[in-house]
Design a protein around this ligand. Structure first.
Ligand code: NAD
Length: 314
């Protein structure tokens, strides 16, 4: 039996679905966006999709593929972007072939990419002047969370807009946190990924040491995971092949979260830290390690391949 709160929630959800569910544009269908878009489709949303790579669009069944971002956003009241970085998000919205002139007034752009907080503040202001609403809503959880619809959304922008789209975000994730005004979601995300970039290297470093000293990596991981060295990098996304299933380390580090993307996030942390005067000594070292991997053949690998890099293998 449903209680009254559930009924109200479902009614609000279904009203929203009627209002937004049939007209969502989704731009950027890579490792994360493809999985997020599929979860929206599974929940009954009808999507218009665009990615500059045709095969990325073809991989999404049950959506309407578009020839351009402009075509995708026409008559859409929600636009979700999941793109590599700030310059690409800016170009997609404000550029020559950008969506700014095609997005309807009062519609809502939700940028789920990880980018500079200042880019989101600038975009929010510019689109706001056209009567378009804007949220930064970066995510945590990786491809595992994107696949299972358990992502955490960290959102910056107007609270009423966050409340309005929360049921849609919950089709792709398990938690939605309103962090504050525009850009605040990105601040939370950058801080989270600063920890992630450092702990992944620490985990890889320790597991490589243990293996070289003769320990079985599965045994060592099981001990770490009930001890003080535990982290997401050890218990959910382990960098040693076949210690846990269905993570990029089991698949030759294909897919997942690429080394250039974690390097980008650590550069966002560095530039933000320069602005506010916070020291990031470990963040700086982690940044340089991932940058060195890029120039040593790891550009297309998942960032957990830092284990192989430290091991001296590719
Ligand atoms: P990805 O490189 O796999 O996907 C990006 C997609 O955007 C690609 O399909 C690419 O073709 C498309 N694209 C690039 N430029 C475009 C343009 N101008 N117009 C249309 N499409 C364009 O990246 P990803 O791993 O899916 O990450 C996307 C964003 O999410 C990044 O900002 C990343 O930092 C963030 N993120 C990634 C993960 C992860 O685990 N992969 C986790 C959390 C957040």
């Amino acid at each position: 039996m449903l209680n009254n709160t559930c009924r109200v929630f479902l009614k609000v959800g279904s009203d929203l679905q009627k209002r937004h569910g049939s007209n969502i544009a989704f731009i950027g269908l890579g490792n994360m966006g493809s999985r997020m878009a599929r979860n929206l489709i599974k929940k009954g949303c009808s999507l218009k999709i665009y990615d500059m790579v045709p095969s990325a669009k073809a991989a999404i069944q049950g959506a309407t593929p578009c020839q351009s971002a402009e075509e995708a956003v026409k008559e859409s009241s929600i636009v979700i972007t999941m793109l590599p970085n700030g310059p690409i998000v800016k170009e997609t919205i404000l550029g020559e072939k950008g969506i700014l002139d095609s997005v309807s007034k009062n519609s809502l752009i939700i940028d789920c990419s990880t980018v500079e907080p200042s880019v989101e503040q600038e975009l929010s202001k510019i689109v706001g002047e056209r009567g378009i609403r804007y949220l930064d809503a970066p995510v945590s959880g990786g491809i595992v969370g994107a696949e299972a619809a358990t992502l955490t959304f960290m959102v910056g922008g107007e609270k009423k807009d966050v409340d309005e789209v929360e049921p849609i975000l919950l089709h792709m994730g398990a938690k939605v946190h309103h962090c504050g005004k525009s850009g605040a979601g990105q601040i939370a995300k950058i801080c989270n990924n600063l920890i992630l970039g450092i702990t992944m290297i620490g985990t890889a470093e320790a597991l490589n040491l243990g293996v070289k000293l003769g320990l079985d990596p599965k045994l060592l991981t099981s001990i770490v995971n009930i001890s003080s060295g535990r982290s997401w990098s050890s218990d959910t996304y382990n960098p040693v092949p076949h210690v846990i299933p269905n993570v990029p380390s089991c698949n030759d580090y294909k897919g997942g979260f690429s080394v250039p993307l974690i390097a980008k996030d650590l550069s966002l942390a560095q530039s933000s830290a320069l602005q506010c005067g916070a020291p990031l000594p470990l963040g700086a070292l982690a940044h340089q390690i991932y940058r060195t991997m890029i120039t040593n053949g790891y550009e297309e690998k998942d960032f957990s391949s830092v284990y192989m890099f430290l091991k001296g293998a590719k």
